[in-house]
Structure formats: structure tokens, C-alpha cells
Design a binder for this molecule. Structure first.
Ligand code: TYD
Ligand code: MG
Length: 454
């Protein structure tokens, strides 16, 4: 039977399709499907390796020595996102929009690990070594022991790494790397996949940790980082709003630690600076009580973070009033508007609704539902919540308020930043309220009635 000579691969998610189409069925992106020659077709029937000696029983597997400890970078924000430091022989992907600061972050990370005594190689496929050096000068790292290389041929890179045996190799970026065994351009799905595979297997074989940079791409000409997410142990995304100096490093997958952990950095003229108290930073613009502004006591990974939700509600002259959201999920906003209408009789018909999270932060925790509802109501009623109040709680479609986890940690963070009152769902596990006056409600109507007198 004739094998198909080409296949069609989505450059966003890597899904393989039998024929071309304008939209990828798997991820829903448009214009991302490219024709490619598949990698090798695999061994023939007789060529399968022998399975002798391959089976092992888990309980017989004893680790001969304790696993090597995680290597700290000495940068708390980075260490936390990695789950407590770098795991030897691990593969990490750092994705993010072009220009967000990935190269800056990784050069600083390289220098930090080198300072801890690790042998670090930083391979740039995008900049000449002189350019990387100039960046290092600007970051005040020119005396670092990091080894620099400017190369895109992966075979040469692997040969160098085999000879040098570094503890950590940083590849910036995976989309510039190419293998001569793959017959397509650098950045294509097959090249990105094959290069990542080569590097991750090298990591396991030689005990070198590798960190791969991946640009998030919109056009589909270049394969995005999602194509390699399943190959690596840890996936970090570096995000932030353009125009804001805050950058958030978020772990979305971690085989060796908690996911959803964040590290907060600030982009300065001399590179990225750690922000060890993000709550203070996200709230720093707040002065007077303002209608539509509500402080949410959230948990990001293992850490409590206070952020400000801002809502604006204005009469609309559109037949379909506008619903605009920055930093929060748009469909969740629609859900909360519907629950407000159905369960508390508060309608937003004929009104434009804008919702924004101050400071360029993104929140996905359902515990923010009540804060969003409060911000919407406060904007609609033009009545501000007292400044020293934080809000948290999940809203169900029935209008009930559901208790959320880590209520005590949320309260502790609130107290630290000078808040004295918390609006929370009834039923949260609180034995120590940290001195905060907690107002609990079991459903939306009782909350609305008490706070907004509606
Ligand atoms: P870069 O690390 O090159 O982004 P990426 O690798 O994700 O494409 O960072 C680019 C931006 O960072 C650039 O717009 C300038 C800014 N920047 C600073 O503000 N301060 C600095 O010290 C450095 C090195 C960059
Ligand atoms: Mg870069």
C-alpha cells in the first residue's frame, strides 16, 4: 500500500490532518495548516528491537543514591515557578510573545545559575554573540561565566554540548534551530518538533538541563510553542501587557512541581527586576474609593495576590451592547451578567460593560466571580465599596456563593496590605480571621441586598 508522501500539520497545535483546510479542527485557528513531509515512517515489522530485560517492577526499583537536589538560581521568583529550582536533566519550555523579554529573562537566569556554580551555555539562534554580549553589558552581567554561542545548526550545537557537558543549556529560540535530517525550513512544525526531540533526549542522556525559548506566533508560518509542550517536563509562559512594565512568568505544566505558580518581574532599563510583593505593586495606583473598583484577594499557585478589578458600565447606542474584557475570561463575564440578571434581577441590557484588571495581570480563578459581580454592580449603581474591603467567592449559576480554598491565606495577605474587611462566601474554612472583619453571604441576592441595598 502506498504511504502518503505529505501530511498537513497545524503550526499552532501540531495536529496532523489528512487534507488541507482553512481552519484547524483541533484548535480552531485559521490559516495555520501547512503541508509537510512526515518524519521517518518507523521501523519495518522485522526491525523491532528485542524486549529482553526491559520489564521492571516498580517496587524493585530502588534509587541508588538520593536524587541530586534542585539547583536554586538564587532568584526567588524564578525558583518558585520552577517548583523550587532547576531539576537536573529536565527540559523546560519558556514561551511568550516576541519582544516580551524572554531573551532578557533567560540571559539573566543563565547568569544567576552560573553564579551558583553551574556550567551554563547560552545558544542564541537570533543574535550574534556580540549582540548578546551587548545585552549582557546592559544587564550588568558582562563578567558572568556563561558561555555564549551563536548557532542554528542543531547538529553542531549537540556536538558542542557533548564536548562541554554543561549543567544547563539555553536555546534561544527553538524556532531558529534546524536539523539537516529534516527536509523543511527552520520554524516549521517538523523542524521544531525534531529539534526539540533531539534536545530533550540529549538532556535525559547527558544529565544536562535544557531550556528552550519559543515565540508565540499568530500567523502560522512558524510553529508555535504548543507544538513542543508535550515533549518537555515544564512549560512556562512569560506574559504581560505591552505598555505595562510588569511581566509574569507562569508555569502551566510542571512534572516536578506545582503548576499555576507565578513569578512577578518588572522590566527596567537594566533588565528584569524581581517583584517580591506583587500585591503592593498591582494596587499601587489606588487612592480614593472609586465606583467600579473592587480588590480581589486571589491565590496564584501557592501565593496570595491582591489585584484590582475595574468595571465601567455606560449606556450603549449599539443594538448589541459591548462586552469588553482585559485580563479575565469573556465568557465568564457573560455568565456573571446572566446570573446577576436571573438571580438578583439586575439587568445590564442596553448597557456597555467594560472589565479590566489593573496592572496587566491575568486572573483565571473562579474565586474572582464575586469580585467581578461586585465591580459590575458598583459601576452600575455608581456606588463605591469602602476602600479597605477585599472580595472573594465563586458564583454558581443558581446564584449561590460557593466557598473557596485558602480563605485564611487570602485574609492574611489582605491584612498585610492594610485591608480590614472581607466579603466572602459562607462556609469557607476560617479558624483564624487574622483580625479581618469577615462578612459572609450564602447567595448573591443577600450580598446584593446588604451591600448595595437593592
Ligand atoms: P527581549 O528579551 O529581546 O524579548 P524576546 O526575547 O521575548 O523577544 O526583550 C525585548 C524588550 O525588552 C525590548 O523591547 C526592550 C526591553 N528591554 C528593556 O526594557 N530593558 C532591558 O534591559 C532589556 C535588555 C530589554
Ligand atoms: Mg529574543
Amino acid at each position: 500500500m502506498a504511504k502518503p508522501v505529505t501530511q498537513f500539520t497545524c503550526s499552532t497545535c501540531g495536529a496532523v490532518h489528512k487534507k488541507w483546510s482553512g481552519r484547524c479542527d483541533d484548535c480552531g485557528e485559521w490559516n495555520t495548516i501547512r503541508e509537510e513531509t512526515p518524519l521517518g515512517t518507523g521501523p519495518g515489522k522485522g526491525a523491532l528491537g528485542s524486549a529482553k530485560g526491559r520489564k521492571m517492577i516498580l517496587k524493585d526499583l530502588r534509587t541508588k543514591e538520593t536524587p541530586p537536589p534542585r539547583q536554586s538560581a538564587g532568584v526567588a521568583e524564578l525558583d518558585r515557578v520552577l517548583g523550587g529550582g532547576l531539576v537536573p536533566a529536565s527540559a523546560t519550555l519558556v514561551g511568550g510573545d516576541p519582544g516580551i523579554g524572554k531573551s532578557t529573562l533567560l540571559l539573566q537566569a543563565a547568569a544567576a545559575f552560573a553564579r551558583q556554580g553551574l556550567k551554563v551555555v547560552y545558544v542564541s539562534g537570533e543574535e550574534a554573540t556580540a549582540q548578546v554580549r551587548m545585552r549582557a553589558d546592559r544587564l550588568g552581567l558582562s563578567d558572568s561565566a556563561v558561555m555564549l554561542a551563536s548557532e542554528t545548526n542543531l547538529r553542531d550545537i549537540i556536538t558542542t554540548l557533548e564536548a562541554e557537558q554543561p549543567d544547563l543549556a539555553i536555546i534561544d529560540s527553538i524556532q531558529t534551530m534546524w536539523l539537516d535530517t529534516v527536509d523543511s525550513a527552520p520554524g516549521s512544525v517538523s523542524q521544531v518538533r525534531a529539534s526539540s526531540h533531539e534536545l530533550t533526549t540529549f538532556a535525559k542522556r547527558r544529565g544536562t538541563s535544557v531550556m528552550l525559548v519559543g515565540h508565540v506566533t499568530k500567523e502560522g508560518q512558524i510553529a508555535g510553542p504548543r507544538v513542543v509542550e508535550h515533549m518537555v517536563d515544564t512549560v512556562l509562559y512569560f506574559e504581560g501587557e505591552r505598555g505595562h512594565q510588569f511581566r509574569i512568568l507562569r508555569s502551566v505544566k510542571n512534572r516536578f512541581g506545582p503548576a499555576d505558580e507565578i513569578g512577578v518581574f518588572e522590566m527596567t532599563g537594566r533588565g528584569l527586576a524581581e517583584v517580591s510583593n506583587p500585591s503592593a505593586l498591582f494596587l499601587s495606583d489606588r487612592e480614593q474609593p472609586a465606583p467600579g473598583s473592587v480588590v480581589f484577594a486571589g491565590i496564584e499557585g501557592t501565593r496570595p495576590v491582591l489585584v484590582e478589578f475595574q468595571a465601567l458600565v455606560a449606556p450603549s447606542n449599539l443594538s448589541q451592547p459591548r462586552r469588553a474584557v482585559v485580563g479575565w475570561d469573556g465568557s465568564r463575564l457573560s455568565m456573571i451578567l446572566a446570573v446577576l440578571e436571573a438571580r438578583a434581577g439586575i439587568s445590564f441590557q442596553g448597557l456597555d460593560v467594560y472589565l479590566n484588571i489593573a496592572g496587566g495581570m491575568r486572573i483565571s480563578e473562579p474565586a474572582a466571580d464575586l469580585a467581578v459581580a461586585a465591580a459590575l454592580l458598583s459601576a452600575r449603581e455608581d456606588s463605591a465599596l469602602p476602600v479597605e474591603t477585599v472580595v472573594f467567592g465563586e458564583l454558581s449559576l443558581s446564584g449561590a456563593l460557593r466557598p473557596v480554598s485558602q480563605a485564611e491565606n487570602r485574609l492574611k495577605e489582605a491584612v498585610k496590605l492594610g485591608f480590614s474587611t472581607a466579603i466572602a462566601p459562607a462556609g469557607c474554612r476560617i479558624t483564624d480571621n487574622a483580625g479581618v472583619n469577615v462578612k459572609s453571604y450564602s447567595d448573591l441576592p443577600s450580598f446584593v441586598g446588604d451591600i448595595f441595598g437593592a
